[in-house]
Design a binder for this molecule. Structure first.
Ligand code: AMP
Ligand code: MG
Length: 356
């Protein structure tokens, strides 16, 4: 069994942050070039991203993988809030002016999808929390140790909720931010989108069997020889342990994405209380919905990414209600008491009780 451990986390990223580029290719398997599994890993979007392929002619593989990584780098340049020249950073700089800014049309397309999920989740997913996230200190590399003052959060909330928002124009390819407290932050969806774009590039290059793994957020196509892709999801309180064993459909046409959101990815403990990076837009505080993690399987990593964040905020009951309206979305959630619930079609086996 060859489980790929799905792990995310700041420590890991810090550990490897000295590496500007990590490139590793492993060749395993039998004699034929077609039987070989290859994995290439790079550090992009603040995460180790690996692309594993199986049974693809070497030239096609190299070309596909190079194009997939170039695409992820392009999306990082487009959507990062931290790169001052990125369209997202420029939009945030002009927040409140209401001036329409011309942006690449794909940003509008992605934001339109984000807004659809925002609406369906009744605001649990909100791509405009950038300023609040900065206030919490979950934005950059800073080492936060205590929460902001209650009054600061209340004041931000009041201004955010009372003044406009963001306007998209598909025809002019423009975005205007009318609310000075609105900060575009695509941290809850951009990695999923980058994975989808990478898969598209791989497919276009003729790579039929591939798994793109961005720190535990994944999409796999095809198979791994005679076997299907198998991935383990990490224990929310012990990164060395796997708590769910998932398996992709056993078909050459398999195509499934899985993304996990959890309160262990980025957090600090203050007065014995955990403060993490997934914020409830209604309270301005890290979501306390009774969950430790949510794994979502869907047709696209973009949808899986946004929904895992939304479900984490919504909690179990609201998420299970909403799922009835989302036929192609499957969920496994881990509750604060270490028990779990999974939807009927979620492709995964629970490996044991977690401890809090
Ligand atoms: P994820 O790890 O996919 O759940 O995304 C968490 C990231 O999304 C955070 O680091 C923020 O950048 C952003 N974020 C936090 N809370 C929300 C929210 N309620 N809706 C959308 N994005 C959020
Ligand atoms: Mg997400």
């Amino acid at each position: 069994m060859n489980w790929l451990l799905a792990r995310r986390g700041r420590n890991l990223v810090s550990l490897i942050s000295i590496c500007v580029l990590l490139y590793a290719a492993f060749f395993t398997g039998g004699d034929s070039a077609l039987q070989k599994k290859r994995t290439t890993t790079r550090l992009l979007m603040g995460t180790l991203i690996s692309i594993t392929t199986w049974g693809v002619p070497e030239k096609i593989e190299q070309q596909g993988v190079a194009e997939a990584f170039a695409e992820i780098a392009r999306i990082e340049d487009l959507m990062s809030r931290h790169k001052t020249d990125s369209p997202v950073a420029k939009l945030n700089h002009g927040a409140g002016s209401g001036q329409p800014q011309v942006v690449p049309s794909e940003l509008i397309t992605l934001l339109t999808e984000a807004q659809k999920i925002q609406q369906l989740s009744q605001g649990a997913f909100n791509p405009g929390l950038g300023k609040l996230i900065v206030l919490w200190g979950f934005s950059g590399d800073e080492n936060v140790v205590k929460p902001p003052k209650k009054a600061e959060i209340a004041s931000w909330l009041q201004s955010f909720q009372s003044a406009g928002g963001i306007e998209l124009s598909q025809t002019d390819s423009t975005i205007s931010i009318t609310n000075p407290e609105y900060g575009l932050d695509l941290g809850g969806i951009a990695k999923g989108y980058a994975i989808d774009r990478a898969i598209l590039k791989l497919k276009k290059s003729g790579v039929v069997n591939a798994l793109v793994n961005a720190g535990g957020d994944l999409r796999g196509i095809g198979s791994k020889g005679d076997a299907s892709w198998r991935v383990g999801v990490q224990h929310p309180r012990d990164r060395e342990k796997i708590v769910v064993a998932t398996e992709w459909p056993a078909s050459p046409k398999a195509d499934m994405a899985m993304v996990t959101s959890g309160d262990y990815e980025r957090f600090f403990i203050h007065n014995q209380e955990r403060f993490h990076h997934i914020i409830n837009p209604n309270s301005g505080y890290p979501a306390r919905s009774g969950l430790l993690s949510v794994s979502v399987q869907a047709d696209s990593a973009t949808a899986a990414d946004a929904w895992s964040t939304a479900f984490f905020v919504l909690g179990e009951d609201k998420s299970r209600d909403l799922l009835k309206k989302l036929p192609s979305v499957e969920v496994l959630l881990v509750r604060s008491d270490g028990t779990h619930w999974q939807s009927d079609e979620f492709r995964g086996k629970w490996l044991g009780k977690t401890t809090n």
